[in-house]
Design a protein around this ligand. Structure first.
Ligand SMILES: Cc1cc2nc3c(=O)[nH]c(=O)nc-3n(C[C@H](O)[C@H](O)[C@H](O)COP(=O)(O)O)c2cc1C
Length: 250
């Protein structure tokens, strides 16, 4: 077990279905006493100083950060060290880690370390099932020890692979099935949607806003919303079944 820091550690997380949150809590917990904040809550500004430590974590969507307006823009650092974490479903993280690092740097942070962690793929949950697991934890423990060493004795910001400013990709539409006869109009889906794409009072989804995160389907108590992921799951399973290790950069 590595010696945790006495700095306050805040994990600022976007995690529609919980995988990123598990990875962020693991990394944050290995660094110190961690509290969790919402990276998409633009109404709650979060300011940090040089003695804080921030873990910024996001899922990978189409190899990039999710196209969510204002994501991480509630943060302001003051030469604050951060650890960036990209959670992905065992295909690849492509540009997401570089994008996350650049986004934090623009907001006053410096990147002490970066980790790409495999988590269950929301469209093919057998990819990354049970991850992060004990082997991931062991790798992340070593990573966090190196980050803490850098914070104690100094060092250059971490370099990470990928394009920090990629051209936005058109999201691949995932077929959704909505069954109005099952809907009890409880509005849980509208309340839980991280991008406010669902009109309360009916299961009407604004396709311009929807990021296909599947949170609505996860919270629906009657399964009135389903994503038809069979095709995409078959494609991913055929190509990406070999488990990928945690990758870290210090
Ligand atoms: C729209 C969308 C696109 C995704 N694209 C990728 C990808 O490019 N590479 C990958 O490995 N996983 C991809 N995933 C899987 C997610 O990164 C993974 O399931 C992650 O754990 C979701 O985070 P969450 O559980 O915090 O919501 C994608 C998921 C969604 C919903």
């Amino acid at each position: 077990m590595n010696a945790a820091t006495s700095r306050p550690v805040t994990a600022v997380v976007f995690s529609p279905t919980g995988g990123t949150l598990r990875a962020a809590r693991m990394v944050g917990g290995l660094l110190g006493d961690v509290r969790v904040a919402d990276a998409a809550d633009t109404r709650t500004p979060l300011a940090f100083g040089p003695d804080d430590l921030v873990v910024a974590a996001a899922p990978v969507y189409a190899g990039q950060l999710p196209a969510v307006e204002g994501l991480f823009e509630n943060l302001r650092g003051d030469n604050t060290p951060c650890v960036v974490v990209a959670a992905y479903g065992n295909r690849h993280y492509d540009d997401a880690l570089a994008q996350l690092k650049a986004r934090l740097e623009r907001r006053g942070f410096w990147c002490a370390g970066a980790a790409a962690c495999v988590t269950p793929h929301v469209f093919a949950p057998q990819l990354g099932a049970g991850r992060p697991d004990d082997a991931d934890r062991a790798a992340l423990e070593q990573f966090c020890a190196r980050v803490l060493q850098k914070l104690a004795s100094g060092g250059a910001p971490a370099s990470v692979p990928g394009n920090p400013d990629p051209a936005p990709k058109q999201p691949v539409p995932v077929p959704k099935k909505r069954d109005g006869s099952l809907c009890r109009v409880c509005n849980l889906c509208a309340q839980a949607c991280p991008v406010r794409a669902i009109v309360p009072g009916a299961i009407r989804v604004n396709p311009e806003r929807c990021i296909s995160c599947t949170r609505c389907a996860q919270v629906c108590p009657t399964h009135a919303i389903r994503f038809d992921t069979r095709e995409i799951a078959a494609r991913l399973t055929a190509r990406c079944s070999q488990p990928r290790p945690v990758e870290t950069f210090v």
